[in-house]
Design a binder for this molecule. Structure first.
Ligand code: MG
Length: 390
């Protein structure tokens, strides 16, 4: 079996969108002087879909959601020629080939995201070629089903957040991640608002369910030091990405300082990036994303690394490629789960592109033993609402 072609297309959503609410989530732009930029930069309405086809007609699907137009260009210009004509079973060689050939400019960020998409598609091919789900090629089933946490609760009106938490509590979720709306630029009033929102969600879900707190890089070390002691009484399971991804010392300092586990990694790349985070005890929960980190080949290695460091790994963003790794990894206790909503930030866009994403039941996800590959197909239902760039 040889790889015959690699096709990368950008799916740009043109359908209905829900405008983001006021301070729906803090982010890395918040410290800049032009606050009007902050929320508008925080949207992902395009996706790159990669199809790797073999000479015996198997088509594997991969995807990447960071800077999709650039990812497509990298795949077309640099990566496709490196894998076409090759045996997909040489996946380690192919992953290294893509990683090393683009190392001068691609080893972090969009270069790795593009590699990830091709690698994921190759794994889909492998599963399909032997009639096995991908998780069976990675170690198989380590859990009966995957516990997942409800991930949304953007910062809006507190009553609306409480109603949202109640709705998904009633659906059987036992873990919830909420977003902070305020950062350093909002001063002490923002601190108060942040604390109020945590209190409001705890009021609904109680203390026998897990609560995760998301900063999306919208704070800095000084601000985090001020607010963390006040958050401890709410017993969060973790506090996510308090500072920008490059501030590893900042993560390490905060992780030493507080009893709240600091989590991160959705903006980190490669095996080496995660070794650094773990060596420096910068995070207590690792949250790589398979379609950023270097694909399934790389994520599988990071899982092993996390196991050896006794740090749980809970991939970012839900999605099939992450679920297969979570299912096959003892070090991975649960998955993030974004339910399907109207298109808003874009975290939900993959539901509009792919068929086959599992739907949570009572806070659990299931992967089927009898569906080969990743178990995804391109969806036709919303096709006319995308502009597709070949
Ligand atoms: Mg996050």
């Amino acid at each position: 079996m040889k790889i015959k072609s690699v096709r990368a297309r950008v799916f740009q959503w043109k359908g209905k969108t829900v405008p983001p609410q006021g301070n729906f989530c803090s982010n890395a732009m918040d410290v800049l002087y032009a606050p009007q930029e902050t929320m508008s930069t925080f949207r992902f309405h395009s996706w790159t879909v990669v199809e790797v086809e073999t000479d015996d007609g198997i088509v594997g699907l991969g995807n990447v959601a960071l800077a999709p137009q650039v990812a497509k260009l990298i795949i077309d210009e640099y990566l496709a020629p490196l894998v076409i004509g090759q045996d997909p079973w040489d996946y380690e060689y192919l992953n290294q080939r893509m990683y090393r050939a683009t190392h001068a400019w691609g080893r972090k960020g969009i270069g790795m995201a593009a590699i990830s998409a091709v690698d994921i598609a190759i794994w889909d091919v492998l599963g399909k070629s032997v009639g096995k789900p991908v998780f069976k090629l990675l170690g198989g089933r380590t859990k009966e089903r995957i516990p997942c946490y409800y991930s949304k609760l953007y910062r809006t009106d507190l009553k609306a957040m409480q109603a949202e938490a109640q709705k998904f509590l009633d659906q059987g979720f036992r873990a919830f991640k909420m977003r902070f709306g305020y950062g350093p630029a909002h001063g002490q009033q923002g601190v108060v608002e942040n604390l109020k929102s945590v209190e409001a969600v705890r009021e609904v879900i109680g203390y026998d369910n897990d609560l995760m707190l998301e900063c999306y890089m919208g704070w800095n070390v000084e601000y985090a030091k001020r607010i963390l002691p006040k958050l401890e009484k709410f017993q969060p399971r973790w506090l996510e990405e308090p500072v920008i991804a490059d501030d590893i010392d900042g993560y390490a300092e905060l992780n030493r300082l507080t009893s709240i586990p600091i989590s991160g990694g959705e903006h980190e790349f490669s095996l080496y990036g995660f070794k650094q985070l773990l060596d420096r005890k910068a995070v207590s929960v690792v949250q790589y994303d398979t379609n950023r980190v270097g694909g399934i080949t790389m994520a599988h290695k990071i899982n092993a690394l996390c196991e050896a460091y006794s740090v749980p790994v809970i991939p970012h963003a839900g999605q099939m490629h992450n679920y297969h790794l979570t299912m096959s990894t003892l070090a991975s206790p649960m998955s993030e789960y974004f339910p399907m909503f109207d298109v808003e930030v874009g975290n939900e866009l993959f539901y509009y592109i792919f068929d086959g994403e599992p739907v949570a039941e009572n806070g659990f996800l299931q992967l089927r033993d009898d569906v080969p590959g990743l178990g995804l197909k391109l969806k036709t239902e919303f096709l006319d609402q995308f502009e597709i760039v070949e």
